[in-house]
Design a binder for this molecule. Structure first.
Ligand code: GDP
Ligand code: IMO
Ligand code: MG
Length: 443
């Protein structure tokens, strides 16, 4: 049974939650490998909407095992809140949720530092989600982090907390002029969280490898997107983890030799939340129209997302750095009303034509998109589930997208609801998961 990575091909919010939810019944486990509660993955089932932050989007499928891997940073208070909200809605977590012993904790001082650092950056601020994700990864790399397993060992947890807090308080008060913390105000709540989470904390790398050895299949759920990767993204306007497919191995302990394919998720246009380069960004009426039709507001922070045309330079790059086998295209219906639709096929920089993503911030900032313009289809594709039903112009648009990024698509999403999906015959996706065929009910 194949083990497949699902990865965002743009700047996040591509619709990964929906895609993972569709694939979940056809795998044995879903694992998050990086990021934290900065993610907001939306799944719409009928009239019910769920937004997952730290828990894999497979959790809505009864009996499916969902794993928070070692590469994830976990805010225990937020996680418990998310768990309780799911339980209130009838989702069973016991026996289905596993949290890595090696996952690092997001501490209250990480959140405080995230906000304080952003405030100091002024115009250069990243526009983080403010969840403390960056500072938690800083401590992980600095070998100062506190892990899930430490939370279960009270004397060790206290010792690590005291050691860290002395330094963090100095930084908060002296560098950032921000409020400090006492050991007791963190220790009490965190020990309560430990009691709550203990039954779920385990050696997830061992479990995942055992399941795989037994022929079970694992789906790796990426958070954020390729262009937010700490190495491959638009540095420094990135998140602090390895969002690209390579992160699936380091973030779970499943070796690359056990991963069989990579599925990219891409909107048929582009959005970005927070600061940083975005060559195809639209302003004014067009941006507002895309935002309104696509409901482009952050699933985690509620911030309006920046909106723009599809960027094939970014698309090609995502195909290369992730080794995409196939792409799930989402939100086709959002473009239904536009008279024309555009695809950036290159950038113009000081008279030169660039066809690869720049590595320098200065070039990103000045790069002007070079567009191909196509005629829009101006009729509704919302909810269509058969490729042949799409208007010819919509088919021409998605086929041109596939051509310019150099990767075929396996799925076209035409609405937020689980079943508003077109599956492409003969794609790697249906080869990986033959039981997907016929799994989407006709309208
Ligand atoms: P993720 O972070 O990649 O999981 O994406 P988000 O959940 O943050 O954002 C995607 C948004 O688009 C969510 O509100 C989804 O419900 C919605 N969505 C997903 N696919 C489609 C689609 O094909 N059409 C429309 N209109 N909405 C979609
Ligand atoms: P999903 O998984 C879109 C962005 C933030 C900010 C930058 C750094 O739902 O696609 P951070 O809080 O991670 O330090 O912020 O990354 N960002 C996202 N943008 N979707 C996300 O997640 C994001 N997670 C972080 O807006 O620009
Ligand atoms: Mg999101």
């Amino acid at each position: 049974m194949p083990n497949i990575v699902v990865v965002g091909s743009q700047w996040g919010d591509e619709g990964k939650g929906k895609v993972v939810d569709i694939l979940a019944p056809h795998v044995d486990a879903v694992v998050r490998y990086q990021g934290g509660n900065n993610a907001g993955h939306t799944v719409v089932v009928g009239r019910e909407k769920f937004v997952l932050h730290s828990i894999p989007s497979g959790i809505l499928h009864p009996g499916l095992r969902c794993v928070i891997g070692c590469g994830v940073v976990v805010d225990p208070a937020d996680l418990i809140e998310e768990m309780e909200a799911l339980v209130r809605r009838g989702i069973v977590l016991d026996g289905n949720l596993y949290i890595s012993r090696n996952a690092h904790l997001i501490m209250p001082y990480h959140r405080a530092l995230d906000l304080a650092m952003e405030a100091k950056l002024g115009d250069r601020r990243i526009g983080t989600t403010g969840k403390g994700v960056g500072p938690a990864y800083m401590d992980k790399a600095a070998r100062l982090g506190i892990r899930m397993a430490d939370l279960l060992n009270e004397p060790l947890f206290r010792e690590k907390l005291e050691f860290n807090l002395t330094r963090k308080n100095r930084s908060l008060s002296e560098v950032y002029d921000a409020k400090t913390f006492t050991v007791e105000e963190i220790l009490g709540p965190y020990l309560r969280y430990a009691g709550w989470l203990a039954p779920y904390i385990t050696d997830t790398a061992l479990l995942l490898n055992r399941w795989i050895a037994n022929g079970q299949s694992v789906l790796f759920e990426g958070a954020q997107g390729t262009m937010l990767d700490v190495d491959h993204g638009t540095y420094p306007f990135i998140t602090s983890s390895s969002t690209t497919a390579g992160g699936a191995s380091t973030g779970t302990g499943v070796p690359p030799t056990k991963i069989h394919g990579v599925l990219g998720v891409s909107k048929v246009y582009t959005t970005r939340v927070g600061g940083g380069p975005f060559p195809t960004e639209l302003r004014g009426k067009m941006a507002e129209a895309l935002r309104a039709r696509g409901n482009e507001y952050g699933a985690t922070t509620g911030r309006p997302r920046r909106c723009g045309w599809f960027d094939a330079v970014v698309g090609r790059y995502a195909v290369r750095v992730n080794g995409l086998d196939t792409i799930a295209l989402t939100k086709l219906d959002v473009l239904d009303e536009f008279e024309t639709v555009k695809i950036a096929v290159g950038y113009r920089y000081r008279g030169e034509l660039l066809t690869e993503v720049p590595s320098e911030e200065r070039i990103w900032n000045e790069a002007e998109p070079v567009y191909e313009e196509m005629s829009g289809w101006q009729c509704s594709t919302a909810g269509l589930r058969d490729y042949a039903e799409l208007p010819a112009k919509a088919r021409q648009y998605v086929e041109r997208l596939a051509e310019v990024v150099g990767c075929d698509f396996c799925l076209v999403s035409t609405g937020a609801v689980r079943d508003d999906t077109i599956l492409m015959d003969g794609s790697p996706l249906v080869r990986w998961f033959p039981s997907l065929r016929g799994s989407i009910p006709p309208r």
